[in-house]
Design a binder for this molecule. Structure first.
Ligand SMILES: O=C(O)CCC(=O)C(=O)O
Ligand SMILES: [Fe+2]
Length: 264
C-alpha cells in the first residue's frame, strides 16, 4: 500500500492550515491539550472503564462514553470550542457551529476500527435534494495517549476530500471487514497520522477513516484513548445517519448552550 506523509502538523499560519484542511479533509494539531488536562481525562476514562460505566462496547475494540457532558461537566465543558481548535471551527462553520455530540473512547484490548464515516447522511443528501447545500460536520478528536508507527494510528484516504464515494458502496459499512465499502477503503492510497498525547485531529466528519492500536500496553501504560467532539453546521433532524446522537448534548447544555461561538 502506497503511503503519503502529509504532515499537516508542520504547517504554520491559519490560512495555509485551512487550505490543508480543505485539501486533505484533516489537520493534525500538535499540543492542543496540556498534560494536566490529559491526565485528568485518562483518570476519568480509566475509572469509568473499571466500573463498567460505558455506553457502548463494540466488536472492533472500541469502548465509548456518550454522556460525559452530564456526568463530568467540569472536565467536558472546557473542551467545547476549545482554543486549540476554535480558529478552524469558526473559519469552517461560523456562528452556526453547533456542538452535536461528545464521545470518549478507550481501547482496552485488540483494536482495528471499522472503516467508517461519522456523518453518513452527507452522502444521502444529494440523492434527496440535488440542489440543497450539504451540511458540513467537523470532528475534533483529542488524543490522550501516544500513537506512533509501532503503537497506533489514525488513517485517512489520500486525495479523497473532494471526490465522491462510488455510488454502489456509499451506503455500505459495518464492523465486518467483509463488505465492499471496507474493501474499497483498503485498496486506496492512505495516509497514517500519528497523533501524540495532547494532540488533536480536526477533520470533516463525512470522510472515511480508521483508528488502530498495534500493541497491547503494559500495566504501567495508560490504555489508548481519545475524546471526540462532533460539530454540525446546521440544526439537523436528530435521526439523520450519524455515529452519535445529538440529544445528550442538548439535554446537558440546553439548545442555545450547544452553540459555542454565539454570545448569549
Ligand atoms: O480510534 C481512533 O483513533 C478513531 C477515532 C474516530 O473514529 C473519530 O475520531 O471519529
Ligand atoms: Fe470516527
Amino acid at each position: 500500500m502506497g503511503e503519503l506523509i502529509a504532515d499537516t502538523a508542520e504547517i504554520k499560519g491559519l490560512e495555509p492550515q485551512l487550505d490543508a484542511l480543505d485539501q486533505h479533509g484533516y489537520l493534525l494539531v500538535r499540543d492542543a491539550l496540556d498534560l494536566e488536562t490529559v491526565e485528568a481525562w485518562r483518570e476519568c476514562l480509566t475509572r469509568k472503564y473499571k466500573h463498567k460505566e460505558w455506553d457502548i462496547s463494540n466488536e472492533v475494540g472500541n469502548v465509548a462514553f456518550d454522556r460525559l457532558l452530564e456526568q463530568e461537566p467540569e472536565l467536558a465543558r472546557v473542551l467545547i470550542g476549545h482554543d486549540s481548535v476554535s480558529p478552524y471551527l469558526k473559519a469552517m462553520l461560523g456562528r452556526q457551529c453547533q456542538l452535536r455530540s461528545f464521545r470518549a473512547h478507550i481501547n482496552p484490548g485488540a483494536y482495528t476500527q471499522e472503516w467508517h464515516k461519522d456523518f453518513g447522511y452527507y452522502w444521502d443528501a444529494p440523492d434527496e435534494a440535488r440542489h440543497a447545500l450539504r451540511p458540513l460536520c467537523i470532528n475534533t478528536t483529542f488524543y490522550l495517549t501516544d500513537n506512533t508507527p509501532e503503537t497506533g494510528r489514525l488513517t485517512f484516504i489520500d486525495n479523497f476530500c473532494h471526490n465522491a464515494l462510488p455510488e454502489e458502496i456509499r451506503h455500505l459499512g459495518g464492523y465486518n471487514s467483509d463488505n465492499p465499502f471496507y474493501q474499497w477503503c483498503e485498496k486506496q492510497q492512505q495516509t497514517h497520522l500519528y497523533p501524540l498525547t495532547g494532540d488533536a485531529v480536526v477533520f470533516f466528519s463525512h470522510i472515511p477513516h480508521q483508528g488502530a492500536k498495534l500493541t497491547q500496553e503494559d500495566d504501567n501504560t495508560p490504555l489508548r484513548s481519545n475524546v471526540v467532539l462532533h460539530y454540525q453546521q446546521t440544526p439537523m433532524f436528530p435521526g439523520i445517519s450519524f455515529v452519535s446522537s445529538s440529544l445528550p448534548a442538548i439535554t446537558a447544555l440546553g439548545y442555545n448552550g450547544t452553540f459555542p461561538f454565539v454570545d448569549s
